[in-house]
Ligand binder design. Structure first.
Ligand SMILES: *Cc1c(COP(=O)(O)O)cnc(C)c1O
Length: 363
């Protein structure tokens, strides 16, 4: 059996260090926003090349706080890819803003940068780019548009920890960024976690307060904030795992390279990669017209696959007001994509088994 993602195996590599960190936190008597938390904020900011990183409870909150910090609300529009995970869009609607959905590029699955400009109106405040599946959006074009129309750039980095573009890491390619440390992400905690990165001091301070009931000084509240903090224990685990992130991302690249060189099937479209060095392969997503049969076939061969994602956000019941909209490329992607197993702990033998099984598929 080849699991889609063997989290137990991933985390067992750190067992001794986790035990030590747990004991330290336990005996410190300080469980929220302590030494580990502050150390992680600093380490993560340094790793990304950002001036500030602010820990929070999860990736959705990170994006939510990012939008709040700029004060966007009712009447404001934020451009976002139509084929993202729903959390990107929830962060927008949670703030009362209107998501303006834009079709992806069918080669990269990222927002089609050529379609952004025509989606801009006098209400547009920001562009939220999502580095989907671990591949960085072509930022050059986004920077030009944002500059021309005075828009903020918000990065959803939940699938792209460590990914690079022109020598810079994601999280520093816009005005503000949100990360998730959900266990299955490239940098995952043993529970929920998130972070916001920015180079803007007053925005960083505001986010710190917003995530702590809007309080900047104990029992004094500047804003109507929320409770969104990163636990001391999760921060301790993340500190340990951050040191392995680059090595883990490299292993993902190796596996992706092997898949791309060896999967050879006329019914299966492989993912395209614009920058081998920059992509961190959170997911290895192929497309197939007979996707459901392919998934069933692989399951029969003991290979677990997943679909990211089966239903696009605008077709979800939660967004009835958008159900009538039509995004043919987005809908096509959702009908055809299949994510193959990829993780830093997958061995060469397992990767080979996946390739051979796929090449033997009779569409
Ligand atoms: C996982 C994810 C999120 C949300 O992160 P959580 O920590 O689960 O809240 C947001 N955006 C994208 C693209 C994601 O993949």
């Amino acid at each position: 059996m080849i699991p889609f993602l063997d989290l137990k195996k991933i985390n067992h590599r750190f067992e001794a260090e986790f035990q030590k960190a747990f004991k330290e936190v336990l005996s410190s008597g300080w469980y929220i926003k302590g030494k580990q938390h502050n150390a992680f904020e600093k380490e993560f900011a340094d790793y990304c090349g950002s001036k500030y990183a602010i820990g929070c409870a999860n990736g959705l909150d990170a994006l939510n706080l990012a939008i709040k910090a700029f004060g966007f609300g009712v009447g404001d529009e934020i451009i976002v890819p139509a084929n993202t995970y729903i959390a990107s869009i929830l962060a927008i609607t949670d703030n009362g803003c209107t998501p303006v959905l834009v079709e992806p590029n069918l080669q990269t699955y990222n927002i089609d940068v050529e379609r952004i400009e025509s989606a801009i109106t006098s209400h547009t405040k920001a562009i939220m780019v999502v580095h989907l599946y671990g591949q960085v959006v072509t930022m050059e074009r986004v920077w030009k548009i944002a500059k021309k129309y005075h828009l903020k750039i918000i990065e959803d980095c939940a699938q792209a920890h460590g990914a690079m573009y022109q020598g810079k890491r994601v999280g520093t390619l816009g005005d503000i960024s949100g990360f998730s440390f959900y266990p299955g992400k490239n940098l995952g905690a043993l529970g929920d976690g998130g972070a916001v990165c920015t180079n803007i001091l007053d925005i960083a301070e505001k986010i710190k307060a917003l995530g702590n009931y809007g309080s900047h000084i104990k029992y004094e509240n500047l804003y109507a904030g929320l409770n969104s903090r990163l636990d001391e224990l999760q921060a301790a685990f993340l500190n340990i795992k951050l040191k392995r992130l680059d090595a883990d991302n490299n292993r993902r690249r190796e596996i992706a390279k092997y898949y791309r060189q060896n999967i050879n099937h006329c019914d299966i479209i492989l993912p395209q990669c614009e920058d081998e060095e920059g992509h961190v392969w959170h997911l290895f997503v192929v497309r197939c017209g007979s996707r459901d049969r392919l998934q069933e076939y692989l399951r029969g061969r003991g290979i677990e696959t997943l679909i990211h994602y089966p239903i696009p956000p605008h077709k979800q019941q939660a967004y009835k007001q958008y159900n009538h909209l039509s995004f043919p490329l987005t809908e096509q992607i959702h009908n055809e994509v299949l994510s193959l197993p990829i993780s830093p702990v997958m061995n060469d033998e397992e990767v080979k088994v996946v390739v051979e099984a796929i090449n033997g598929f009779r569409g």
